[in-house]
Design a protein around this ligand. Structure first.
Ligand code: FRU
Length: 481
């Protein structure tokens, strides 16, 4: 799909955009595709004051299809603009999809690196050892809106010989006097890892090294990211093929991080134990960037590839998936904490303060609210109803999120906690995000209730907490049409 084809077809799909926008499940303060499909956030950066949020996008199909890069901008995280799509698969290196990638701001330009997906169909392939190419492509832009000429940074023959055809999702950053590129990969032995390439000029890349977990951890790692917060380095990745355990790795694929020790000169490295970022049903492909204020901001796809639970409710209305709300990363005791971006507080209205005992029954007309619980006695026994068939329970050290019919086959996710001190719940029309203990972990899920008029209430228990409630307004998006 090239730009010309998109422009020619765009107006034909106006009806689909109108249908999507009128859907009652449309989220109020999350980014969604204007219509069609959205998955990973891509190319995140702040350039000359403007935040750029690109994303994996099939504009005319609310299902899996050939990916282009959609594009939103914002200056304040409250007002957004839908921009023209940024990348199209329009050359031999990316003809079957402009896949995920990152942005790197240098001087007065933004350098983008992404995966060009090429899938052969002339005969039966296994698509692991053969049948596809994943090229790393470099484009430069002076305004974040128009991409310059595509340059092939790396092709499959530049990846180590013992890699399968799954090598993708470049993330570029600077360290010392070099630039580094991470790529998520699957090796011939079926082990997931990240590959690292090095460059002095962002154009010529040489293989530097790879990183594996200390013990085998899945067959493929997607969407890697490496960054430092308060002097501690973290490697983010989405491992596929990790075995389920009680309370851990409950989704088909994982999204989380390793603490990383890494000596760029000697190449020596050590990854700590993997920690899941999110314990809910819908959270994947998280990526971060540092903004001009020095905040490490994380965005993720609020979805899960290949999951057996559904999103038919919105797919039938011409759109599917969204991004999770933006989060700022901080560190405490070597662990990452995710905090809601402080700008989100400007969406608050109608504050109410209560205790768990006096809270009673809070009616909500649109399910858009923020709820804080600060436990001031025991937390054990907490049973919080967020909707008629959505319940959050804490008992014996386990926090459980349980969904009924509105979960569309999402039933239960649990997190084992050493203690429960606080919970913050962000509810939107068709999503719930729960921040546990100041963001030590989150639980994010989509939910499709028959009605948005719901009651929020606590079962009578011995748990004791201070409760703050806010209704939330929506963000504003200026649409192209
Ligand atoms: C992760 C992912 C990436 C890939 C992109 C394709 O969700 O599979 O590995 O680049 O999505 O849309």
């Amino acid at each position: 799909m090239d730009r010309e084809w998109y422009d020619k077809n765009y107006l034909k799909y106006k009806g689909m955009r109108m249908q999507a926008r009128a859907d009652r499940n449309r989220l109020r303060y999350h980014l969604m595709p204007p219509a069609g499909w959205m998955n990973d956030p891509n190319g995140l950066c702040q350039f000359q004051g403007v935040y750029h949020i690109y994303f994996q996008y099939t504009p005319f199909l609310a299902g899996w299809g050939t990916k282009i890069w959609g594009h939103y901008t914002t200056k304040d995280w409250l007002h957004f603009r839908e921009e023209e799509p940024f990348l199209f698969p329009d050359c031999a290196w990316d003809r079957d999809g402009a896949y995920s990638g990152s942005a790197f701001v240098k001087d007065n330009q933004v350098h983008y690196f992404y995966t060009g997906n090429v899938k052969l169909t002339d005969r039966d392939y296994d698509y692991i050892m053969e049948g596809r190419e994943q090229n790393t492509i470099h484009v430069v832009s002076s305004d974040g809106m128009q991409a310059g000429a595509k340059e092939l940074a790396l092709s499959h023959s530049d990846y180590p010989q013992d890699m399968t055809k799954h090598v993708r999702d470049p993330k570029v950053f600077a360290q010392g006097d070099s630039y580094y590129m991470l790529l998520g990969a699957r090796d011939h032995k079926g082990k997931g890892c990240v590959l690292m390439f090095r460059s002095k000029d962002l154009s010529h890349w040489e293989y530097a090294q790879r990183m594996y977990a200390q013990e085998d951890f899945g067959y493929m790692w997607e969407c890697p990211d490496l960054f430092t917060v308060k002097g501690q380095a973290f490697l983010l990745a989405c491992p596929q093929g990790v075995e389920k355990k009680e309370h851990c790795y409950q989704n088909i694929y994982q999204c989380g991080y390793f603490t990383a020790e890494w000596d760029t000169q000697a190449g020596a490295y050590k990854l700590g134990e993997f920690q899941e970022l999110d314990k809910g049903f819908d959270f994947y492909a998280a990526q971060t960037f540092e903004d001009e204020r020095g905040r490490r901001i994380l965005l993720a796809w609020m979805g899960m590839p290949d999951a057996d639970y559904g999103n038919e409710a919105t797919a039938g209305q011409g759109w599917i998936h969204a991004l999770a709300m933006p989060r700022v990363l901080t560190v405490e005791d070597g662990r990452l904490l995710q905090k809601p971006l402080e700008e989100m507080a400007q969406l608050r209205k109608n504050h109410r303060h209560a205790t768990l005992k006096t809270f009673g029954n809070q009616k909500t007309k649109d399910c858009c609210f923020e709820l804080h619980l600060k436990f001031c006695g025991q937390a054990d026994g907490l049973a919080l109803w967020l909707r008629e068939d959505v319940k959050l329970v804490y008992k014996g050290g386990t926090l459980a999120l349980c969904l009924g019919k509105s979960g569309c086959k999402r039933e239960k996710r649990t997190a084992l906690l050493q203690k429960l001190e606080s919970l913050t719940v962000f509810s939107d029309t068709s999503s719930i995000e729960i921040f546990i203990n100041g963001g030590e972990a989150t639980m994010s899920t989509r939910v499709y209730s028959d009605s948005l008029e719901q009651n929020v209430w606590f079962e009578d228990t011995d748990a004791a907490a201070d409760v703050e409630w806010y209704d939330l307004d929506g963000i504003l998006v200026q649409w192209k049409c």
